[in-house]
Design a protein around this ligand. Structure first.
Ligand code: NAP
Length: 358
């Protein structure tokens, strides 16, 4: 039977996009009580100056990000640039703080220290339980093992937003052995908020509006080893992926088109069955009716991932398209979903199934 379980939560990086979004989600969570809010260059200013949409917290002063400020809560959210969260997490552990810690950054996602070093160029901070409840493990038709791992987690590494979209698109085919994971191509349309709030010339309206621009082309994007890791968990012996994100003029949203070669001789009907089986009981990952394609607009503000799959028989490929809101299912909503599991709350508590439109 569900018991009330009010928890206090501190958010480090509250002035940023991810920090602001997890505050928005937590303000709608019946059990969350907002504690310390911290920032870096904006410490000492009001939250309302950075998150004017969060009216109920507008008068809260941002403290500097320090263990002293963050300690003593039930939950600590680290919405910090990679590198910074590893340091703060280590300091909290050294202090013996008992909080459940959610890292929205990349520091604790990868299990392979060599891959970390290769893509991030710094020392590996370690590996935490991975906060994608829907992640299929090899041999699973529906996701149970990842949820079991999260049920006892005190540290949660929240996935990268692009990684969530590509993983959810492809994993049913990997787990069912229907696609060749050594031949995966993913091209994504990405809203600007995925790049964070700090000023960058190519994100100025004069540069970006009316234009689409690829970035991290040619295999350098830091989400590549994380996608490979997830598809390996789903049962792929080896993963080769070509991954190209493209900035498009929208604030939020990711539309990920991920394709892979169909294992020769596979009955195309088996493809739809695998995706249906994987997601039939998922509260937030929805396989759309055949022929209906996901759009980012249909996910805005919601913790949903909308997925479609088709077989291109002429090309011999499975084509998947997944839409998410990068800040909700791609970050803050996914984090709260995993937190609910860790706290023993119903997984959907405080999370929106319905978005905002138009
Ligand atoms: N944006 C997304 O869609 C998204 C999706 C998934 C994951 N994430 C991850 O979430 C984390 C935050 O991303 P974001 O998009 O929210 O970035 P952001 O908008 O640039 O916000 C960064 C936050 O971190 C603080 N900060 C900056 N440098 C710091 C330092 N050296 N030490 C401590 N705090 C520092 C900033 O404080 P000041 O404002 O005071 O400088 C701000 O609160 C990143 O690791 C990112 O990869 C983001």
């Amino acid at each position: 039977m569900f018991m009330h379980m009010t928890f206090t939560v501190a958010v480090a990086g509250a002035s940023g996009y991810a920090g602001g979004e997890i505050l928005r989600v937590l303000l709608g969570h019946p059990e969350a009580k907002i504690g310390a809010l911290t920032a870096h260059s904006n410490a000492g200013t009001l939250l309302g100056a950075h998150q004017p949409h969060l009216r109920s917290l507008a008068d809260r002063v941002l403290a500097p990000t320090s263990v002293d400020e963050l300690t003593g809560h039930d939950v600590v959210v680290l919405a910090l640039p990679h590198g910074a969260s590893g340091e703060v997490a280590a300091a909290l552990a050294e202090r013996g703080d008992q909080a459940i810690v959610l890292d929205l950054g990349a520091d604790h996602r990868l299990t392979d220290a060599v891959a970390w070093q290769d893509y991030y160029g710094s020392a590996h901070a370690g590996t935490w339980p991975y906060g994608l409840p829907e992640l299929l493990h090899a041999g699973e038709q529906t996701a149970a093992q990842q949820r079991a791992e999260l049920a006892s987690a005190r540290r949660i590494a929240v996935p990268g937003c692009n990684v969530t979209a590509v993983t959810l698109g492809l994993q049913p085919g990997v787990a069912a052995g229907l696609i060749e994971p050594t031949d995966v191509v993913a091209v994504l349309a990405n809203g600007y908020s995925g790049a964070g709030k700090s000023l960058k010339a190519h994100l100025l309206a004069s540069e970006a509006l009316g234009s689409a621009q690829p970035y991290a082309v040619g295999g350098s994007h830091r989400h590549i080893p994380e996608i490979r890791q997830n598809l390996t968990v789903a049962g792929a012996p080896d993963v080769t992926i070509s991954f190209t994100p493209t900035l498009v003029p929208m604030s939020r949203g990711i539309l990920a088109t991920a394709t892979a070669r169909l294992v020769p001789g596979t009955d195309p009907a088996a493809v739809r069955q695998a995706w249906e089986a994987a997601y039939a009981d998922e509260p937030f990952v929805h396989l759309l009716p055949e022929g209906e394609w996901p759009s980012t607009a249909a996910t805005l503000g919601a913790n949903t991932a909308l997925v479609q799959v088709a077989v291109d028989e002429r090309a011999g490929r499975v084509v998947t398209v997944t839409a998410i809101d990068n800040l909700v299912k791609g970050t803050a909503g996914g984090a709260v979903q995993s937190l609910n599991i860790a706290l023993g709350l119903p997984e959907t508590t405080g999370l929106a199934l319905n978005g905002v439109a138009p």
